[in-house]
Design a protein around this ligand. Structure first.
Ligand SMILES: NC(=O)c1ccc[n+]([C@@H]2O[C@H](COP(=O)([O-])OP(=O)(O)OC[C@H]3O[C@@H](n4cnc5c(N)ncnc54)[C@H](O)[C@@H]3O)[C@@H](O)[C@H]2O)c1
Length: 351
């Protein structure tokens, strides 16, 4: 039975989000849970310890004390230094992205943590705990893509009178891809959206989110990418390792100084040449192309991101704390009693 809920300070590089804002903590306290907040957990997002104290949280000074709670809710997957807090029966609720984190999966299995992932929860529909961060990461992708094109090929997204706008290709027109496309269109780029789901392409086409659409195939991606100034990777198969849709040779065909932003990097990346980068060191160059593959893009907008995440997480947190088998947290359970129980995650980690 869950009596206490812990809210740690995030430890991932550059991460300033917090999983619950004070109003969400107030709801948990009103529901009868003891909430322990690690000192300064909310400061990066503009929430002081006093604000949490005023709504009834206990402010604790150490990570040990907060992780001693029955249930720990946080934003990013635990970092190496946090593995020592794992123990049998601990309920963990956060982003896990285990398909790209086999070491974490093993640590969770061996310690007997009951691990629930935000990104695979499917109640009531879609991926409601992934969507708010995908929305923010998508918007950010257009901003950072435009920014790095300046130092790269020197291309301005909107072009100029007598000069064509930049060409942007978005692979995967879900929540993140749609927002990236909207952002790039907003800066007057020419945007091609690629997806395997024809209904999504139809919607984007009818709503004018993109300049053109392409049904996903290796040859369509090869053609589109070779003429692109900016490629955004945002394809997802829930729980699975991201498919390598943009191949090394596609990247090599791009103009030097072009940019790729692989948002799908948290699931391993949908661009073959991608590897995870951090907010401190966000880019590397491969085949002359600037790669931005940050795994916690929304962490650089902590106020907006924490509030959006908290609004989505808070009701599901109460469902989980009351009854870990609730239908309202369907799809979230990834690891239970030492076994990987989410089929797509299990398949990805077995490959
Ligand atoms: N890096 C970050 O900080 C960050 C932040 C938020 C989200 N993300 C990631 O962004 C990715 C996208 O998330 P989302 O919420 O937009 O997912 P989503 O489910 O809304 O969209 C994914 C899209 O990919 C499409 N797709 C699947 N297979 C495809 C294929 N073979 N070809 C083309 N399209 C294909 C799907 O049809 C769908 O439209 C995820 O990996 C998510 O974890 C990353």
């Amino acid at each position: 039975m869950v009596r206490s809920i812990g809210l740690p300070k995030e430890t991932k590089d550059g991460e300033r989000r917090v999983a619950l804002e004070p109003s969400a903590v107030a709801s948990a306290v009103a529901a009868g849970f003891q909430v322990r907040v690690q000192a300064s957990a909310g400061v990066g997002a503009g929430f002081s310890d006093d604000e949490y104290k005023r709504v009834g949280a206990a402010i604790v000074s150490s990570a040990e004390e907060v992780w001693a709670s029955d249930l720990v809710v946080k934003v990013k997957e635990p970092q190496d230094a946090e593995y020592k807090f794992f123990r049998e029966g601990l309920i963990l609720f956060d982003y896990l992205h285990l398909a790209a984190e086999p070491k974490l999966a093993t640590a969770l299995q061996e310690s007997g943590v009951e691990a629930f992932a935000f990104e695979t929860l499917t109640y009531p529909q879609g991926l409601p705990l992934l969507a708010p961060m995908s929305e923010i990461a998508g918007r950010a992708a257009a901003i950072v893509g435009a920014y790095y094109l300046a130092s790269g090929s020197g291309t301005l997204l909107g072009g100029a009178a007598g000069v064509q706008p930049a060409r942007v290709v978005v692979v995967g027109l879900g929540v993140a891809g749609t927002m990236a496309a909207r952002g790039a269109r907003g800066m007057d780029a020419e945007v091609t959206g690629i997806d395997i789901d024809l209904h999504r392409l139809y919607q984007a086409h009818m709503e004018g989110t993109v300049s053109s659409t392409l049904a996903s195939s290796d040859s369509a991606i090869a053609d589109a990418v070779s003429g692109a100034d900016l490629v955004v990777g945002a394809a997802l198969v829930t729980g699975a390792k991201a498919p390598h849709l943009v191949k090394r040779e596609h990247i090599a065909s791009m103009r030097p100084g072009s940019v790729v932003v692989d948002l799908a990097i948290d699931q391993g990346g949908c661009i073959e040449t991608s590897r995870p980068t951090s907010l401190s060191h966000p880019t590397f160059v491969e085949s002359g192309v600037i790669h931005y593959c940050v795994t916690n893009v929304p962490g650089q907008y902590p106020r907006t991101a924490s509030r959006a995440l908290s609004a989505a997480v808070a009701p599901r947190l109460l469902d989980l704390a009351r009854d870990a088998s609730s239908a309202r947290i369907e799809g979230a359970l990834n690891i239970s009693h030492g076994k990987i129980v989410h089929p797509a995650v299990a398949k990805a980690l077995a490959e």
